[in-house]
Write a protein that binds this ligand. Structure first.
Ligand code: NAD
Length: 486
């Protein structure tokens, strides 16, 4: 089987332990490649390579760094089909999604930060007595840790600002979906990225992920993943006062008011619930529906969910692929069973789907909608992260806000109403880092992105990401000193 190796100092290397882990194709339910099971030693090697390369990288003119990032971005687009196919094999997502979202957005992340760094600047303050300059400089060596749901998309979302700001990076992709990161390493080498500036170390979180967080020379950790892991990272990083940014889980509400544009709300709610088999941190997993239209909206959702085409992720017509792994499939099915025990009624789905032929061992789950659960039930409180959503009727605006805010998460929310004042009121009252009005997943990369409560610490996006990956210094002097006498 093909070996997914580490990329350290511009070379593809075996993990120092020699250990490889099986990498699965979730739609076939079978291992198809092996991924490096790296450990602390590999982190040390990657750090040494990154540390050696960083000063020259930081010394490049920003236009020059931007040129490298653009070259990476363009090379990704040139290999769009190959990358999309690889992402779908590795993750189980429909190819139309990898082709339209994952890979184009990966290229866009790099291009966006290539452009952004050329506009990034320090600040200058002057009052009656003093003048201060605020400068931003690279941190040094930084690490990124990313999840399996949008593998290349989220990896590039992190490495792009880190590299643009002049840091050398050690990236750790999810061990569950390492393949496109491996391809990216080859692309970086082929476009002539300076050796050691971008290093990719593969392996399990508890080994290589934790070693990155604990490494004393690594100045910042940018993490996206579950809240449980984020909490561990925060604890590990606290000892060294390491900078961290955490993008974590969610239990996002879709709030549907009776006065909404019904068809648009229905169609978008379907997408926001089931896109990527519900495995996007921004997916709405609790659908709150005003009582007046509850039955009609519910029936519309159920009819559409039943019609979703499950199938081979590599087939262009497939709308629902496989979930990412066997343990994850079991977790989702466990929650469906729990929902039944907690008094929920399964409106559609509720089972593993066994597909014919070579897909028979794949990890497919029927799109599932559940009603009748109390807002405080496990399935309305815990992140399930699969093609499963609950339907909750509400009486009025205040009740909708109370239910929407009644979890420990606060990543995003989507609300649907044609009453502009209500949209404004509800958006302001929601405890979420991102709120979409009459829409979902609208992303302007210049805007801050992140969650509140247990969904996140810090914000990514635009200038905030460049600032996160920079050291800030204020240099002040009294007015009239050191200035030209002319
Ligand atoms: P995860 O927390 O299991 O793993 C994420 C990454 O952390 C992986 O690379 C993993 O190897 C690593 N890791 C695991 N244990 C570690 C440790 N002890 N130290 C250091 N690193 C460790 O998450 P996942 O299952 O890969 O991803 C799904 C989760 O990600 C969901 O909770 C989802 O909501 C969240 N997510 C959040 C966002 C966001 O922007 N807020 C985006 C996508 C996914």
């Amino acid at each position: 089987m093909e070996k997914i190796k580490n990329y350290i100092g511009g070379e593809f290397t075996d993990p120092s332990s020699g250990r490889y882990i099986e990498n699965f194709n979730p739609s076939r339910g079978a291992a198809y490649s092996l991924v490096a099971g790296s450990n602390e030693n590999d982190v040390k090697l990657a750090f040494a390579a990154a540390q050696a390369a960083q000063p020259a990288w930081a010394a490049l003119h920003v236009e020059e760094r931007a040129r490298y990032l653009r070259a990476l971005s363009e090379a990704i687009l040139e290999q769009l089909d190959e990358l999309a196919r690889a992402e779908s094999i590795d993750n189980g997502k429909p190819i139309r999604l990898s082709r339209s979202l994952d890979i184009p957005r990966s290229a866009k992340n790099l291009r966006f930060f290539a452009d952004a760094i050329t506009q990034f600047h320090g600040e200058f303050f002057r009052d009656d007595s003093s003048t201060s300059a605020v400068t931003y400089s690279p941190l040094g060596v930084v690490a990124t840790i990313s999840p399996w749901n949008l593998p290349l998309y989220l990896l590039t979302w992190k490495i792009a600002p880190a590299l643009a700001a002049g840091n050398a990076v050690i990236a750790k992709p999810s061990e569950v979906t390492p393949y496109t990161a491996f391809m990216l390493a080859k692309i970086a080498r082929d476009v002539g990225f300076p050796a050691g500036v971008l290093n990719i170390v593969h392996g399990e979180g508890a080994d290589v992920g934790a070693a990155l967080v604990k490494h004393p020379g690594i100045k910042a950790i940018s993490f996206t993943g579950s809240t449980a892991t984020g909490r561990q990272i925060a604890q590990m990083a606290a000892g060294d006062f390491k900078k961290y940014s955490l993008e974590m889980g969610g239990k996002n509400p879709n709030i549907i008011f009776a006065d909404c544009d019904f068809e648009k709300a229905l169609e978008t709610t379907m997408r926001s619930t089931f896109a990527n088999q519900g495995q996007i941190c921004l997916c709405g997993s609790r659908i709150l529906i005003e009582k007046e239209i509850y039955e009609k909206f519910r029936d519309g959702l159920v009819e559409r969910a039943k019609a979703l085409r499950l199938g081979d992720p590599l087939n262009d017509s497939t709308e629902q692929g496989a979930v990412v792994s066997e343990p994850h499939m079991k977790k989702i099915l466990h929650y469906i069973e729990l929902a039944k025990k907690e008094g929920g009624k399964i409106l559609c789905g509720g089972e593993r789907a066994i597909l014919p032929g070579e897909l028979k061992n794949g990890y497919f789950i029927q799109p599932t909608l559940i009603e009748g659960l109390k807002p405080n039930s496990s399935c309305n409180q815990d992140e399930i992260f699969g093609p499963v959503a609950t339907l909750i009727p509400f009486e009025n605006e205040n009740e909708a806000i109370e239910i929407a805010n009644g979890t420990r998460y606060g990543l995003s929310a989507s609300l649907w109403s044609n009453d502009v004042s209500r949209c404004d009121r509800v958006a302001n009252a929601l405890n979420a880092g991102v709120v979409w009005i009459n829409s979902w997943m609208v992303r302007d990369l210049r805007t801050p992105f992140g969650g509140v409560k247990e969904s996140g610490v810090g914000r990514e996006g635009g200038e905030l990401a460049l600032r996160f990956f920079s050291e800030v210094k204020t240099i002040s002097r009294p007015n009239g000193q050191g200035q030209s006498k002319a």
